[in-house]
Design a protein around this ligand. Structure first.
Ligand code: G4P
Length: 549
């Protein structure tokens, strides 16, 4: 039985007659101000999947806990290559979930949890306006969290922190806050405080200066106190051996930490912290409320020649991800487009600025909870799925005719390079097409060496290679072998002086290749090779990233 409850076109937004109408959500001038587009970043196992599920549940987007995982598994069985994902117990593909909460449309972008897929994750983070960082209360800040946090910092993405698993014995809350402050150089402002942890957990106190304090034992048992002082001095509670020290710690935190400052959060300097437990649904509503109250609406999108304002009339957007063959029976290929301005309507024609081609968008999709639904309208901040047959690539900008281009969507220098060997020479054509498709999707980078005829593929993480081989086989019927190439890494090379660039390329033919956009790439055996080349050709710029587009 399918117990998912998705929103229909005329469902009320927040159940109340006072809530904004659905028309308001798509209003040309202000609809975008009701969007909150965010991602969850965390180390694997911190509880991101569980929390996602509970966010959907709490908002009413799904009725029964367990849907996210169940659906995930059902989806996986559809595609063989995803077996890799299953075997290793990780989530490779990132997706979008749209749901409504209290008059807002929340677009949650899922980031792949595995370090090997960082490139995809980085791109996802270029399409969000804020993030939730999930930390395991017992483990504190782990490697992948730190890495993802650094990406958020590059773009000053505001972060709300959820300290998960307080139903287990964890670290002292003050110690966790200290770790965030010193480890990530962020100011912290707790919004909830745990009264005891693990078996001693008595409840979660939600406090903000001048506001009533709620004490939540579980989703049903809530108690309200007029203010922080009356909560701290409540004799019934202070007499409890757990409450006393917990309140003392909370008092120390209140006295020593700055109060929450919206500006500071929006600039990426301060993180509001919510302690909670995803499995026990504690702190989840507080987290949704924090997203509603603090997270920024769509911001201007960096672009050339100038940033795109979300209030602009012209519809625009960019492709953050391509997902192909989710269903091998249909060979579907969906481009996930983040809208950056205007009110998008079904049937509209948009121009791909890169190719100059026009695209009629007949059946765009929205991703309500986990279901796909055809969308009639969408505004800046929304992520729309556009089915296409290879006309769109990651990084492409779509407009109604203007020629501006979104900037800042990175591609990273590969850290592993392999030579592709094709045992069945009859399949060259299929292989070339398949490699091209998968490169467009961002599964791999493809390089054509200046000398020699075999292709090179470059990836950031080893897992991408497994996915590549498996997808070529399952989806295109092409078996390839990957052989070690003499190279370990690559740098895009540019130079203001075209003659100097030509000189460099011609003197290093054996180490040169071209990427899909025919940009010259220097293949290096080691970091030493690069510094040696740099020393001999000081005018050449060796880049580890390049912008797609
Ligand atoms: P991830 O997506 O970040 O990788 O984490 P996921 O939600 O899959 O959670 C990882 C494990 O942590 C799961 O346990 C999950 O149940 C548990 N977990 C998540 N939130 C909480 C919490 O608030 N408290 C406690 N005690 N555990 C939590 P598992 O044993 O791997 O899976 P399962 O059998 O429980 O599903």
């Amino acid at each position: 039985m399918d117990t998912t409850e998705t929103f229909t076109a005329d469902a009320p937004i927040d159940g109340g007659p006072e809530g904004p109408s659905r028309a308001a959500l798509f209003d040309a001038a202000t609809g975008y101000t009701r969007r909150r587009t965010f991602a969850i970043i965390s180390h694997p196992d911190a509880g991101k999947t569980t929390l996602t599920e509970k966010l959907l549940l709490e908002s009413g987007a799904i009725r029964l806990a367990g849907q996210v995982k169940e659906r995930g598994e059902r989806r996986r069985t559809r595609s063989d290559w995803m077996e890799i994902e299953q075997k290793r117990g990780i989530s490779i593909s990132s997706s979008v979930m749209t749901f409504e909460y209290d008059g807002l449309v929340l677009n949650l972008l899922d980031t792949p949890g595995h370090a090997d897929f960082s490139e995809d994750t980085y791109r996802t983070l270029t399409a969000v306006d804020s993030a939730i960082m999930v930390i395991d209360a017992a483990k504190g800040i782990e490697a992948q969290t730190r890495k993802l946090f650094e990406v958020c910092r590059l773009r000053d993405i505001p972060i709300i922190t959820f300290v998960n698993k307080i139903d287990r014995e964890g670290r002292d809350p003050l110690e966790i806050l200290d770790e965030i402050m010193s480890g990530l150089a962020l100011d912290v402002a707790p919004i909830t405080w745990p009264m005891g942890m693990g078996t001693d957990f008595r409840g979660l106190a939600a406090f903000q200066e001048g506001q009533p304090v709620t004490l939540t034992r579980n989703t049903r048992a809530r108690e309200t106190f007029d203010d922080v002082e009356s909560f701290l001095t409540e004799p019934r509670l202070t007499g409890d051996p757990v409450f006393g020290p917990a309140m003392e710690a909370m008092d120390i935190a209140r006295a020593s930490l700055p109060s929450f400052d919206l500006e500071s959060y929006r600039q990426g300097h301060m993180t509001p912290v919510i302690f909670g437990s995803a499995t026990r649904e504690i702190g989840v509503r507080e987290l949704l409320d924090a997203v509603r109250s603090f997270a920024p609406p769509p911001l201007p999108q960096p672009a050339e020649p100038k940033p795109i304002e979300p209030a602009m009339n012209e519809v625009s957007g960019f492709v953050l991800k391509i997902q192909a063959n989710m269903d091998p029976n249909h060979r579907d290929r969906v481009a996930f487009v983040r809208l950056t301005s205007g009110v998008f309507k079904r049937g509209m024609k948009l121009k791909n600025v890169r190719s100059g081609k026009e695209l009629k968008i007949a059946s765009p999709m929205f991703f309500f909870a986990r279901e796909r639904e055809v969308v009639d309208e969408a505004v800046a901040g929304d992520i729309v799925g556009i089915p296409n047959h290879g006309t769109l690539s990651v990084g492409d900008t779509l407009t109604e005719g203007s020629t501006f281009s979104v900037t800042g969507i990175p591609s990273f220098a590969p850290e592993l390079i392999r030579r592709v060997r094709l045992p069945d020479a009859m399949k060259v054509k299929q292989m070339t097409r398949a490699l091209n498709d998968l490169a467009e999707e961002g599964v791999t980078q493809v390089f054509r060496p200046m000398l020699g005829s075999s292709w090179l593929v470059g990836v950031v993480g080893a897992l991408q290679l497994d996915v590549l081989v498996s997808r070529l086989e399952v989806e295109y019927g092409v078996t390839i072998m990957l052989e070690s190439a003499a190279f370990d890494t690559a740098r895009w090379v540019t130079c203001d002086d075209a003659a100097e660039l030509e000189r460099f390329v011609n003197s290093n033919k054996g180490d040169m290749a071209f990427d899909r956009a025919e940009r010259p790439v220097f293949l290096a055996r080691s970091a030493w090779d690069i510094s040696y080349a740099q020393k001999n050709y000081p005018q050449i710029v060796f880049s580890t990233t390049r912008e797609i587009g």
